[in-house]
Design a protein. Structure first.
Lengths: 395, 335
């Protein structure tokens, strides 16, 4: 018994090492191995819009007001962003609202503000005045960011004006701003510093890279050997089917972990990500992630007879996982039905756990659910896929 | 002692029958050839014997071990050279051999000695440290054979071992196979090349459409054809026409008539004294017969005899050279 186990382990090890050598000597695959995480990080880190990224957005101004308030608003809009040599909005003066609408249609400007005639006069007369903001609905992301920014600016100006008015109306008041805004919101994070979007992305990218290694890598390497015919050599040697799976998985685990480590190093060095949690726990979570996916990989490699089939199945399985797992988008913003699907996928739990560990510095006690789900997923899929693999390889 | 015993081995894929109740026996030290066209079921049979496929029906033993009940034992005792080369391009010759030696539980020392021995015998000594991906197909096949022999199997299984190889390598491999056989290695060979089957095999099973249609020594198989009432002849007609050929094909005595070269026919006939009948028919149509030779039957004729169909591979199927003149026409041969 002991002898047989020892032999089986040695066989697995030989097959794993062989897979790694074959991989390492393939220059093209080695290059993609390094480039893929960089690419994913850069892509996901930069393509998604956030407010900090909005700079010099072209905005039309139609100032029909003759009084001082209109001019005051425009100068406030022209203020540079604090600490940066750029303004949030790049203003263009336009003669009329019709011209502004035309320019939005022509994509010259992303939106426009119309300050109607008699704006200052209305305010002076104690009436509530109106500013019109025209948005470009064809570009919801930008127009959302823009109206948010505009809202902040205009409310700041109107608060300022209101405060002045309170001062003149109630000369004895100690803090006029308290009359205008009885309370304000002050937000504090639970981790020090100012986390950037990469810190949100890095755990997702790491989990994805591992998922790809475990699934694409494993199924790919099995189906490639099937196609080349070398699998017959391994299958006709006196070794157990389990040794083959374990060996092949071992190679992909090593590969996946190396790639995840590479992602982490890149995230730390290039994108300023800080790991707040325990490194040991992080590694444990990465291994657990591989484990939860290996079964699926074995399953796909067993049922797909060619590389192409394997890749097609893989894409079908992977795409929903990528987008529904919360790796890129918060799950909370999805419709309920999609949230349920998302809860059925191991990647979701892996991303959650990794994010907790990296961003929040949570210990293992704070992520027991995720750990158990990943373990369970791995065990169940292995239990299903290993007999299937054994059966399929000797039909 | 029989190293391979196959009993009613059958493999179905859904409705398709790939191998249909195939039975044969291979003695120790014998080269057994499975001859048949592509898709006849040769590879499927071999894959079952190598435990890569599970038979639907029937049974077989290899080196005394049951392929269904003792697959691991069978695997220990076979060396497989499949149609696709079982080597990793990114590994060197020695690394490939070492890997498969270890997977076959060989001690390190034996692996080293084995590599030395087989690479020397196959003339590949100087390439041991080169990556297999840089080799020509012929060189790869030599390493591939060394891989199959490294763990000293009792049975060497060769599935189309010379397919797509250059003539020199083919010859070298043929000689090597015969050498192994003299050393008491049992060899199961599949091929669709008549000459290969004829020159290597001690015994041949002709397999067609999933069934073995005949099985014997090459000599006996050919004797069946020459002893039967079928005969094979080559006739050269100086003014051969399409009409003449189609008339010949319609004759009752003619099984088949094929134009093998311009103005030259190979005719399979059935019945007594057919040469005279055919010569008479050609002459009656004004055909000028330059030469007529009877042909010693080769395996192709054997195949035709048993299946009623041609099995000619355009690239390798040359007409057999063993001809003796029976009758020579008056017009002298102009070449």
């Amino acid at each position: 018994m002991w002898q047989r186990t020892k032999k089986a382990v040695m066989h697995s090890y030989r097959i794993g090492v062989k897979d790694l050598i074959v991989f390492a000597r393939d220059r093209l695959r080695l290059i993609t191995f390094v480039i893929m995480p960089i690419f994913l990080m850069v892509m996901t880190g930069y393509v998604f819009p956030n407010q900090n990224a909005l700079k010099n957005a072209p905005l039309g101004i139609v100032n029909l007001d003759q009084g001082p308030v209109g001019a005051q608003i425009i100068s406030a809009l022209n203020q540079p962003i604090s600490g940066q040599n750029a303004t949030l909005l790049k203003l263009t003066n336009l003669p009329s609202q019709a011209k502004a609408e035309q320019d939005i249609k022509d994509q010259i400007i992303n939106g426009a503000i119309v300050i109607p005639a008699g704006f200052s006069a209305e305010i002076a007369a104690g009436q509530q005045a109106i500013i019109i903001s025209i948005t470009d609905q064809s570009n919801p992301q930008i127009s959302l960011l823009m109206s948010e920014a505009l809202g902040k600016l205009t409310s700041a100006i109107s608060t300022q004006m209101a405060t002045k008015k309170v001062e003149t109306l109630l000369p004895g008041v100690a803090d006029p701003s308290a009359v205008v805004e009885p309370f304000v919101v002050q937000s504090i994070g639970i981790i020090p510093g100012n986390p950037n979007y990469f810190e949100f992305m890095a755990p997702g990218v790491m989990a994805m890279v591992i998922m790809m290694a475990a699934m694409i890598g494993l199924a790919g390497s099995v189906s490639r050997e099937k196609e080349l015919g070398t699998l017959d050599g391994i299958l006709s040697a006196p070794i157990s089917r389990l040794s083959i799976i374990v060996g092949k998985s071992f190679a992909q685990v090593v590969r996946g972990l190396l790639q995840a480590a590479l992602t982490l190093i890149l995230a730390i060095l290039l994108f300023g990500v800080v790991v707040h949690g325990n490194f040991g726990l992080l590694i444990l979570l990465l291994i657990l992630t591989v484990f939860s996916f290996i079964g699926v990989g074995v399953m796909i490699s067993a049922i797909a007879s060619e590389q192409e089939t394997a890749m097609t199945i893989m894409m079908t399985v992977m795409f929903p996982m990528m987008f529904l797992s919360g790796a890129f988008f918060p799950i909370q913003q999805m419709p309920t039905a999609l949230q349920w699907i998302s809860k059925a996928m191991p990647l979701t739990y892996s991303v959650e756990a990794l994010r907790k560990c990296i961003v929040l510095g949570t210990g293992i006690s704070g992520m027991l659910t995720q750990v158990w789900v990943m373990l369970g997923f791995g065990v169940v899929f292995m239990a299903i896929s290993i007999p299937v693999f054994g059966k399929v390889t000797t039909r | 002692m029989n190293m391979i015993e196959v009993e009613n081995l059958t493999k179905r894929f859904g409705d398709f029958i790939a191998v249909d109740h195939v039975s044969f026996k291979v003695k120790k030290g014998e080269i057994f050839g499975l001859l048949g066209p592509n898709g006849a079921g040769k590879s499927t049979t071999i894959r079952m014997l190598c435990t890569l496929l599970r038979p639907t029906e029937g049974s077989a033993t290899v080196a005394g071990f049951d392929i269904i009940k003792q697959p691991d034992k069978v695997r220990e005792h076979i060396g497989l050279v499949a149609e696709k080369i079982i080597l990793y391009d990114q590994l060197t010759a020695a690394e490939n051999l070492t890997l498969f030696g270890r997977l076959n539980n060989l001690p390190e020392k034996e692996i080293k000695q084995g590599i030395e021995k087989w690479l020397t015998r196959l003339n590949m000594e100087q390439w041991r440290k080169s990556q297999v991906g840089t080799f020509s197909t012929g060189m790869k096949q030599r390493i591939n054979i060394a891989r199959a022999l490294l763990h000293r199997p009792d049975v060497l299984v060769l599935d189309e071992p010379t397919l797509g190889l250059d003539p020199q390598t083919t010859r070298a491999i043929h000689e090597f196979i015969l050498e192994l056989s003299r050393e008491e290695m049992t060899i199961l060979l599949t091929t669709h090349d008549m000459n290969e089957a004829d020159s290597l095999s001690n015994e041949i099973a002709i397999i067609d459409q999933a069934k073995i249609v005949a099985s014997d020594t090459p000599r006996n198989l050919k004797r069946v054809v020459s002893n039967s009432d079928t005969a094979v002849m080559d006739i050269e007609v100086a003014n051969l026409s399409e009409a003449m050929l189609s008339n010949l094909k319609r004759m009752e005595a003619v099984i088949s008539a094929v134009e093998t070269e311009p103005y030259s026919l190979r005719i399979h006939t059935r019945g007594e004294n057919t040469a005279a009948t055919i010569v008479g028919a050609i002459a009656a149509e004004g055909g000028q017969i330059r030469a007529i030779n009877t042909v010693e039957p080769n395996l192709e004729d054997v195949f035709l005899h048993f299946t009623g169909r041609e099995m000619r591979d355009r690239s390798t199927g040359k007409v057999a050279p063993s001809q003796r003149p029976l009758w020579r026409g008056r017009s002298s041969r102009v070449r």
